[in-house]
Each structure stands twice: as structure tokens, then as C-alpha cells.
Design a protein around this ligand. Structure first.
Ligand SMILES: *Cc1c(COP(=O)(O)O)cnc(C)c1O
Length: 478
């Protein structure tokens, strides 16, 4: 059969509340045009993230009942540890309440003021946790990564020549670790090839620097390797994942992605001494090392999820559904990051809305418009999210790309939901020239995209124009 179907059937349903355009207009105002501040019940299709939003399987729900909630030495921990060791292969497995807790503890132990951590692309929480310690996060992806329209089978790769030059230029002593993020989330969910991981490892070994994987979407990355890299077609996804991890000294993981769980994560390492320091810190903020901020039942759900995510019929359906969305909108002219990624489609908002200047946030404008049009929630990945860059005079600098991510939750939506999303995007695309930009009214110091408040630029221009009493057009500079 040519038709690829959802390899599951629905056992429990969660009704969606339908809303009108007028209602959504009000919700947008109340949320200060920040989609993170919307009430989820007012969202029709929620593509904000695939993180922690997976539908659990019957096996996972059953495993919850097996959860051993003992404070120390819980059976659920040992079951979890066994599964993680089997797939990831590291000696030490430390549970965490989510990925960023693993990042915070890893960097607290390995970095100090002035340290530098190169990555193919640092995820936002990764960067924030590094910078919070007074260290520096450096992105070294291949050049194609910054060209949304360019096709490349492994667009998430690290630029290995740039990495080696970088290590040579700065003292390797200042580089406590190198990270590779699989898949490369921040710019398209693009995969990293096995050859690239191997090359990065060779460079790291030459300079005595440990290599860690940010493993959040390891199964999707492994499946891309199976489909696209010579020599892997006949290997199982699990074998490929094991090989990926064999080149690393440790990893951080958010089980909210390829763990198919609603909460959880872990930190792995082969270094016993480091693990001891990490567990000491864990006790301070997360909990005892056999639960790390999770309930026993969460550890059970993750253990089952990590096995299920490696099923190839599941990965085949997931990629097919995401490719379907990408192909249907790009065929109609909507510019997207090519090729479609493993967990999401990224619309190139800068190319779609060239009339909106980068610092009037075209990605935010498009995300707001998709909500207004059809109640679809997406996520800006552009100048709003990557705000931490300022020039020496303190001016904000635009991000290299202005993207809107449509992340597909695992096993949650069906084909007709995706068709609805396609229709909405095409309607917004039709009226794209009438969409205007936004300005930020207030923002926090870190990770501003979560809580910043916005207002439309055109309304403000209008107010100022009326106030100026001259009827002259005022150009806002921000
Ligand atoms: C989600 C994510 C993280 C952080 O994980 P949380 O569980 O959200 O804390 C880190 N890196 C990447 C690549 C991610 O996608």
C-alpha cells in the first residue's frame, strides 16, 4: 500500500473547543499578542511545541500503574536506567525533571566564567544556561543552515572546519565540552549525519575536549540517517542511535520530545567523577539520584516511550505527516525551510513578509495571524527568541533568520487536522501583504519570548499620526 496511515487508533478523545475570529481577536489582546500567554483551551490546533505534548500509548498508561514511588532505590528507576543504558550506552544515567535541568547541572559542573561551548546550534535554554554562568555559547552550523531555501540532506551538521579553527584560535582549556544537537532544532529540525558526528568526535579527541550530544530528538535523527546516509539503510533505528551515542562522552536529554512522555529528562556521562558532582547538585535542587525531580510513574512512562519512539512504522508515519504539511504549503508558494524537518515545518517569515522589517518581528506577526485566522498556535523562532544579541551601543540586532515553527505533537493530530492547518496557512498567505509588524512593550531579561508583551505597529503609528495633528506619516524606529 502506498498510503501511510497513523499506526495507532484512538482510545480516548479530548474535545477541541471551537472559537470564532472575534473571540480570538479578544484573546490575542488579552495575551498582549504573545501566544505563550494564551489559554490553551482557546487554541484549536496547538503546534506551539512537540515538547511534553505527546499522546501516551496504552502501554505507557499501564506502566504508570507500575510506578514505584519509593523515595530511594525505586524499581522504576532501575527499569528506566536499564532502558536508557541499552539505547544510549552511557555508564551513568541521572534522571532530571526536564532537559534544561540536565543542562543547568552539566554546565554548572563543567563551565566557569569565560568558558566557551561550541554547538552546531545552541537551543534557547542551552544558550541561556551557559550564559547565566558567565560562559559563552557559540553556534557553528554549516553555511547552508542559514539559507532556508537551500536543500541539504544533513543541514543540521556542524561546520567541522570552523570548529577546528575555533578550537585552535581560543585556548582549548577554555572549551570544557563541545555539543552537537540532534536534530538541530533551532533552524528546521534538521538532522546531523553520522559522518559529521564522527568528524566532530575526531576533532574533540585531538584537543582532548569531551563531546556531548543534546539528544532530544535522537530517534528522528537516527531515522534520517537510515533514510539518507549511505550504509545505514539496513540497520535498525536503535542500532543507529547506539552508534551515534558511541562517539559521545555523555548527553543531555529531554524526555518530553523523543521520550514520548509529558515530563522528564536525563543527563548521561561516562565520567564517574563528574557524575558524582552532578548527583550532589541534583540533590540540592532536583531530588535524590534515583528520581531526580520525577515521580516513579514518570520514569516508567519514559522507559516505555523510549522503546516506542524507535518503532519504524511510527517514525515513517511521523515524517510522512510532516512532509505532507510542508509540501502542500510550499507547492502553493509559501517559503519554508527546506527540506522538511523531523518534528516541525518552519515557515520563512522574512521571505513571506519582506515588507516587515526584522525588528518589527515578521515571525511574530505571522504566528499571530495564524492564530487569528484559524486558532492555530505556532512559535516564532527569530528576532524575538534570539534577543540576546545587542551591538556595542546596546541596539538590538536582528536574528540570522525569522522563522515560524509549526511543531507537530507526537500521535495527537490526524490527517484532517493537518489539512485544516494547510488551508489556514494558504489563506494567510493570500493576504500576506496586508499583515503588519509588532513592537515589544515590555520584556524580561532572559528568554523573553515566553513573557514579552507586544502591540501592533500600525495601530501605534495611527495613534501617533493622529496626535501629531499634521497628518504626516511618522516612521517608527525600533
Ligand atoms: C526542548 C529542548 C531542550 C530543553 O528541554 P526541556 O525539557 O524543554 O527543558 C534542549 N535542547 C533541545 C534541542 C530541545 O529541543
Amino acid at each position: 500500500m502506498k498510503t501511510i496511515i497513523e499506526p495507532f487508533r484512538v482510545k480516548v478523545v479530548e474535545p477541541i473547543k471551537m472559537t470564532t475570529r472575534d473571540e480570538r481577536e479578544g484573546y490575542l489582546k488579552d495575551a498582549a499578542y504573545n501566544l505563550f500567554l494564551l489559554k490553551a483551551e482557546n487554541v484549536i490546533i496547538d503546534l506551539l511545541t512537540d515538547s511534553g505534548t505527546a499522546a501516551m500509548s496504552a502501554e505507557q498508561w499501564s506502566a504508570l500503574m507500575r510506578g514505584d514511588e519509593s523515595y530511594a532505590g525505586s524499581k522504576s528507576f532501575y527499569r528506566f536506567e536499564e532502558v536508557v543504558r541499552d539505547i544510549f550506552g552511557f555508564k551513568q544515567v541521572i534522571p532530571m525533571h526536564q532537559g534544561r535541568a540536565a543542562e543547568r547541572i552539566l554546565f554548572s559542573v563543567m563551565c566557569k566564567q569565560g568558558s566557551i561551548v561550541p554547538n552546531n546550534t545552541n537551543f534557547d535554554t542551552t544558550r541561556a544556561n551557559i550564559e547565566y554562568l558567565g560562559a559563552e555559547a557559540v553556534d557553528l552550523p554549516i553555511p547552508e543552515f542559514y539559507q532556508p531555501a537551500v536543500n541539504h540532506p544533513f543541514k543540521g551538521n556542524m561546520d567541522t572546519a570552523a570548529l577546528e579553527n575555533f578550537i585552535k584560535r581560543v585556548d582549548p582549556e577554555r572549551i570544557p565540552l563541545v555539543m552537537v544537537t540532534v536534530t538541530n532544532n533551532s533552524g528546521g529540525g534538521q538532522p546531523v549525519s553520522m559522518a559529521n558526528i564522527r568528524e566532530v568526535k575526531a576533532i574533540c579527541s585531538r584537543y582532548g575536549v569531551p563531546l556531548y550530544l543534546d539528544a532530544c530528538r535522537f530517534a528522528e535523527n537516527a531515522y534520517f540517517i537510515k533514510l539518507r546516509e549511505a550504509g545505514y539503510a539496513d540497520k535498525s533505528v536503535k542500532e543507529i542511535a547506539r552508534e551515534m551515542f558511541s562517539y559521545a562522552d555523555g548527553c543531555t536529554m529531554s524526555a518530553k520530545k523523543d521520550g514520548l512522555a509529558n515530563i522528564g529528562g536525563f543527563l548521561c556521562t561516562n565520567d564517574d567523577q563528574l557524575a558524582q558532582q552532578e548527583k550532589d547538585l541534583l540533590i540540592l535542587t532536583e531530588g535524590f539520584p534515583t528520581y531526580g525531580g520525577l515521580a516513579g510513574r514518570d520514569l516508567e512512562a519514559i522507559a516505555v516511550g523510549l522503546e516506542e519512539v524507535l518503532h519504524e512504522d511510527y517514525l515513517q508515519y511521523r515524517f510522512a505527516s510532516i512532509r505532507y504539511l510542508g509540501e502542500h504549503i510550499s507547492r502553493a508558494g509559501v517559503p519554508i525551510v527546506q527540506p522538511p524537518g523531523g518534528h516541525a515545518i518552519y515557515i520563512d517569515a522574512r521571505a513571506m513578509l519582506p515588507h516587515i522589517p526584522p525588528l518589527q518581528y515578521p515571525g511574530q506577526a505571522l504566528a499571530v495571524e495564524l492564530y487569528r485566522e484559524a486558532g492555530i498556535r505556532s512559535c516564532e523562532i527569530g528576532s524575538v527568541m534570539h534577543a540576546e544579541k545587542y551591538t556595542e551601543s546596546g541596539e538590538e540586532m536582528p536574528s540570522a533568520m525569522e522563522l515560524v515553527r509549526l511543531a507537530i505533537p507526537h500521535r495527537v493530530y490526524t490527517q484532517s487536522h493537518i489539512d485544516y492547518v494547510v488551508e489556514a496557512i494558504l489563506q494567510v498567505y493570500e493576504r500576506r501583504t496586508s499583515i503588519s509588524g509588532y513592537r515589544i512593550v515590555s520584556q524580561p531579561k532572559f528568554l523573553r519570548h515566553f513573557t514579552a508583551r507586544f502591540e501592533p505597529v500600525d495601530e501605534l503609528t495611527e495613534i501617533l499620526r493622529v496626535r501629531s495633528n499634521h497628518g504626516k506619516q511618522i516612521f517608527l524606529q525600533n
